[in-house]
Design a protein around this ligand. Structure first.
Ligand code: TNX
Length: 776
């Protein structure tokens, strides 16, 4: 009998015993994807069962022994029994942990699976940490007691050495137990850095013995803003901090999983919590309050006061020994210079150092650079290196600083060219406080922009134009999780997952970049997250749409798909679709002829996906081409002018998710080609109002018509006075004096131009947001 046949029978027998076909076969195609998986179908598999032991060499390090214990725990998560861990090689089936692999990459490992053993051989203790997570991910989250590991040789190593995720515990505090869970989620995706954002305007979260007020006063705020740019607050104290013992416990927990913790003490801006505790450290010495809203504040540490530096020396002396890693992150972002420029002590510093504005750097920037350079000396004296946000390039970068490039990748590129190490964290790709599903009105409220999984996944940390000899400075990347809009642990998990794993995969092994293949592996991992009670966004596994606007036929056509061609069912009458609804035929568009709400669902493995829902308005300008006289703000251009006649109204919750077109300081003047003479009696247009955010409605709307596209006749011209109270969309309805026959329709919405004198940013340009010009 051929051997393969025998193994098939063996596999079949095991499957028959467990009663679940294929559910208990380990699958090495996980995310991140190992560099090389060679399956050996002619060899018998390894059967994981209660007789399996985890073995290491008698001389193994404590770290390897810890990994053995963790692996036993991961196996018990699935099977309900805890394998014995031992340095004794007796018994018949082992998972063996060894660190004998010769490889220059300290995280490289090899896994060899045969019927007797799974042999994990790593280049270091850290490599063992990665290998056991790869095994953990390979086990389907079914809760079986026996698992079959197909015979294989797996060779693996990461491409980048910094694979991180941050957690902002200042805007919202999360207890130690949750921080550990967060670290466990990073470990599962083979990340190796946890960046702990411990201080900000809204709270100081680390116990400093020499400065007890930092936690007594600075760790609490008496209320918290609700929503964005509002005046409403939840009148409840929010606070919390970690004792130094708790910090050590978290650092140990991370280190057991091969993860380095980078603490961030954010200075000299983002320091209202410090100033509330020790007001003499501010320029004005005012009584300060821990911030209760989000944003950037003018009060910062005084650069003219030597006490600021003594304070930071003392704080860093307590911080440094708690974190065995090589870095302390000192922030450096978003420091406004207003106070420094008005403060006598800071001005004395300017004179002392002979600073003058120069074409490269303002005095304010030079002061910031001076501040950071002094703090760098302290950090270096304590045996560590600094990391700072890309603003620390302004005014001259500190000599040994590593840059975290967040406002794009440009800062990182400049720093790498100057020979500095760089960690890429460009906000438009890896900021996880942005929406991840386009249906923003049905998502947890957050910051505004939309960063879908596919966009995060598309991010490559290596700038295209960076010279080869400088590429070594790009250490890697990380996702950043700012918690302004994440009051609960479930919010944090949801925003983290699955986007974190897209970055984890790109940094480990970008492979051949097949998005659907990545999604299929993320989908498998989502089942493990579910089992870990980690809330995760399932949008990417649901219905995807692609909308085609056919201006010749004034039609909108909708195509639906999924990552794996699982069946889609839909309704057009607003009913919740299920298996009884119409089944979508692949590549056949759904044409929009009337006002409809399209709802669709994927049924996969018997389970319905999240419901996809989109409402289309059928109107006379639907899909008609639009020409804009003034270009929109590039940040609010998205798909361009076609947004205005795509049949979909701008989202309620966010004007930044791609459904609104935004004009900065300009009017909106749209000329719509109706394609043929068309009778028109009413026109409506939506605008988004958010005065504090700088969004004002038009003060006037003018409508003109033309039959040749050359000469226009004005048919409506009226001032508007919309109420500015609510942050929300508003609709402007225009009924024409008489029904017109129109070929070309021009709609002008006049912007207020600049923000009014009573505005925080008086004199800056105002935004005018417009969406859907509905013509009937
Ligand atoms: C900018 S990123 C910040 C944070 C905010 C974040 C919100 C950075 C260095 N500063 O303080 O939380 O935007 O997305």
């Amino acid at each position: 009998m051929p051997k393969t046949f025998l193994y098939c029978i063996l596999l079949f027998a095991v499957i028959a015993c467990t009663g679940k076909e294929g559910n208990n076969v380990a699958d090495y195609n996980t995310t991140p994807l190992p560099q090389s998986i060679v399956l050996l179908p002619n060899n018998p598999p390894f059967i994981l069962d209660e007789s399996t032991m985890i073995t290491y060499h008698a001389s193994a390090s404590e770290a390897v022994k810890t990994s053995a214990g963790l692996l036993a725990g991961y196996i018990s998560e699935n099977t309900g029994y805890i394998p014995t861990t031992t340095s004794d090689s007796l018994g018949h089936k082992h998972i063996i942990l060894a660190t004998e692999l010769q490889d220059t990459n300290p995280e490289a490992y090899h896994i060899s699976v045969n019927d007797k053993n799974i042999i994990i051989n790593g280049a270091s203790d850290k490599a063992i940490s990665r290998a056991i997570q790869t095994l953990r991910r390979s086990i389907p989250a079914t809760g079986d007691r026996t698992f079959i590991f197909p015979a294989a040789e797996i060779t693996d190593y990461p491409l980048y050495s910094h694979r991180g995720a941050s957690l902002d515990v200042a805007r919202h505090f999360f207890p130690t137990e949750f921080v550990k869970k967060y670290i466990d989620l990073l470990a599962l995706s083979n990340l190796n850095v946890f960046h702990w954002h411990l201080t900000d305007d809204q709270g100081w979260r680390i116990e400093i013995n020499k400065y007890p007020e930092l936690t007594r006063v600075g760790s609490k705020r008496d209320k918290t803003i609700i929503g964005r740019h509002t005046e409403t607050y939840r009148n409840e104290t929010h606070g919390g901090y970690y004792t130094q013992e708790e910090i050590k416990e978290v650092v140990r927990y991370a280190s057991d999983r091969g993860i380095t913790v980078i603490p961030e003490i954010d200075i000299p801006g983002h320091t209202l919590a410090v100033l509330a505790s020790y007001p003499h450290l501010g320029c004005t010495g005012d009584p300060y309050k821990v911030a209760t809203g989000w944003g950037i504040f003018k009060d910062v540490l005084c650069v003219g006061n030597e006490d600021s530096f003594h304070f930071l020396e003392d704080v860093l002396e307590e911080v440094a020994p708690l974190f065995p890693g090589p870095y302390i992150h000192i922030g450096g972002d978003e420091c406004l210079k207003d106070r420094w420029l008005a403060c006598p002590k800071c001005q004395a510093r300017v004179r002392q150092l002979g600073m003058k504005d120069n074409p490269e750097h303002t005095v304010g920037e030079q002061l910031q650079s001076y501040f950071i350079k002094r703090v760098e000396k302290t950090v270096n004296r304590l045996g560590k290196k600094i990391i700072g946000w890309d603003e620390i390039l302004e005014g001259g970068i500190a000599p040994g600083a590593t840059i975290m490039s967040w406002r794009g990748t440009e800062g990182g590129l400049i720093a790498a060219r100057k020979g500095h190490d760089v960690i890429m964290t460009p906000e438009r790709y890896v900021y996880l406080d942005y929406f991840q599903a386009p249906d923003v009105d049905n998502e947890p409220f957050t910051f505004g922009w939309l960063t879908e999984l596919s966009r995060t996944w598309s991010f490559d940390p290596m700038p295209d134009n960076l010279e080869t000899d400088k590429q070594k400075h790009i250490l890697g990347a990380q996702v950043n999780l700012w918690s302004e809009y994440m009051p609960t642990e479930k919010n944090v998990e949801y925003m983290l997952l699955p986007r974190m794993t897209a970055v984890a995969e790109n940094l480990w092994n970008p492979g051949d970049k097949d998005y659907n293949d990545f999604v299929s592996r993320a989908y498998k991992l989502s089942k493990r997250w579910d089992r870990m009670d980690a809330r995760n966004c399932k949008w990417a596994y649901g219905v995807r749409d692609s909308i085609l606007t056919d201006s010749a036929n004034r039609e909108v056509r909708v195509y639906l798909s999924t990552f794996d061609n699982a069946p889609i069912y839909y309704t057009l009458n607003g009913d919740e679709p299920d298996r009884m609804a119409v089944r979508y035929e692949k590549d056949k568009p759904i044409t929009i002829y009337t006002d409809v709400t399209l709802k669709a669902v994927v049924i996969r493995e018997g389970e319905p996906s999240d419901i996809f829902s989109k409402t289309f308005h059928h109107h006379k300008a639907l899909a008609c081409p639009v020409t804009l006289t003034y270009q929109p703000d590039p940040r609010y251009t998205f798909a361009g002018s076609s947004i205005l006649t795509d049949g979909q109204q701008g989202a309620r919750t966010s004007y930044r998710s791609g459904t609104w077109l935004g004009f900065l300081g300009n009017d909106m003047e749209a000329t719509i080609d109706m394609k043929e003479p068309t009778t028109v009696s009413t026109i409506s247009l939506g605008t988004y109002i958010n005065p504090r955010g700088g969004l004002y409605p038009p003060r006037k709307v003018i409508v003109s018509v033309s039959s040749d596209g050359q000469s226009y006749r004005e048919i409506h011209n009226e001032p508007l006075d919309l109420p500015l109270s609510e942050i929300a969309p508003a609709t402007i309805n225009i009924s024409l004096k008489q029904i017109e026959e129109v070929r070309f329709l021009r709609v002008q919405a006049e912007s207020i131009g600049t923000l009014p004198p009573d505005h925080d940013r008086a004199g800056s340009k105002a935004h005018l947001m417009i969406d859907e010009i509905i013509v009937q």
